[in-house]
Design a protein around this ligand. Structure first.
Ligand code: SF4
Length: 306
């Protein structure tokens, strides 16, 4: 017998113990973006990026150490997959950012937006990511609004639908190519699901009336940035309720990919806009601190070895 209500017992069972990772490095960019290199209990390293917006902060969380998708333009992809993060390791990245803001006398309550867009493919670690989002959004946990949690994926069959049914957060899909052949070439681990089937799943993805899927497209000079490819992109997504984030890739000395010139970026954007798409041209933040996914960890480990 107990006089604690069933609802309260269930909530107590969802109690969370989060331990903070070690902050090995924090780098602040000229644009205010802060990148943390974090050390986990088994010496694995991950990155977390705090991005200042006009009147709030967004935190980009890692969900795996390394990544099996192997996108050629991504430092994390070149590391290969090491291990999944636990739900606690994912959620605890938020504590690091809150501590950091408080130490500087800034309002940690302004950290309102979470994107699961750092190292790793979240839907390849779905069980722990699901638990982490529950911790992040529970009022007894970290208390974030589900509408301000975005999971970014290349699209993993079955789990995409599961995430949609769970209503745990908003969806962003990293497309980066308008056809299967190019996508297979630059994102080999995403090729198992043909892009046309992925798009079909997006057309049927459950959305509330005003919700839209975010499509992420990193522009790579001479690879996926031509007007013809922009037109293919528009055709491919014609049945998807979406908005598009266009972002020029960060220049890197580790690969052959370079950002297109401003003229080509604007031409690509114009094609999308002229066909009625909602497009946001995102500025690449934190270039001076190597804020693209995995760049800092790769650089530090290279120095450790040499
Ligand atoms: S871009 Fe994302 S999915 Fe692709 S290798 Fe990097 S972390 Fe993995």
């Amino acid at each position: 017998m107990t006089n604690i209500s069933k609802a309260l017992r269930e909530r107590l069972q969802r109690s969370y113990l989060l331990s903070r990772p070690d902050v090995l490095k924090d780098l602040v960019s000229m644009d205010g973006t802060t990148k943390f290199l974090l050390g986990l209990s088994d010496q694995a390293r991950i990155e977390t990026v705090l991005i200042p917006e006009k009147d709030y902060y967004t935190l980009c969380l890692s969900t795996q150490v390394g990544c099996a998708v192997g996108c050629l333009f991504c430092s994390t992809g070149r590391m290969g997959f090491k291990r999944n993060l636990s739900a606690g390791e994912i959620a605890a990245q938020i504590l690091v950012a809150r501590d950091y803001l408080r130490r500087r006398g800034l309002d940690a309550g302004r950290l309102t937006n979470i994107v699961l867009m750092g190292m790793g493919e979240p839907l390849l670690n779905w069980k722990e990511v699901r638990r982490a989002i529950l911790m992040i959004t529970d009022s007894l946990g970290l208390g974030f609004s589900r509408r301000r949690v975005t999971l970014s994926t290349v699209g993993i069959r079955d789990r995409l639908q599961e995430f949609g049914r769970s209503r745990l957060g908003m969806l962003a899909v990293s497309l980066h190519a308008p056809d299967q052949e190019l996508r297979r070439r630059i994102m080999p681990g995403a090729a198992a699901w043909d892009v046309k089937d992925l798009v079909l799943a997006l057309e049927n993805y459950p959305l509330a009336p005003r919700e839209r899927i975010t499509i992420e497209y990193v522009l790579l000079k001479g690879i996926n940035d031509s007007p013809a490819q922009a037109r293919d992109f528009v055709r491919l997504l014609s049945g998807v309720k979406c908005k598009v984030n266009l972002l020029a890739c960060n220049p890197s000395d580790e690969d052959d990919f370079q950002p297109p010139g401003q003229k080509d970026i604007l031409s690509f954007e114009d094609v999308l806009r002229s066909k009625g798409m909602t497009v946001f041209l995102r500025k690449s933040k934190g270039q001076d601190i190597r804020a693209a996914c995995g760049q800092l960890k790769a650089e530090v480990e290279k120095k450790d070895i040499s």
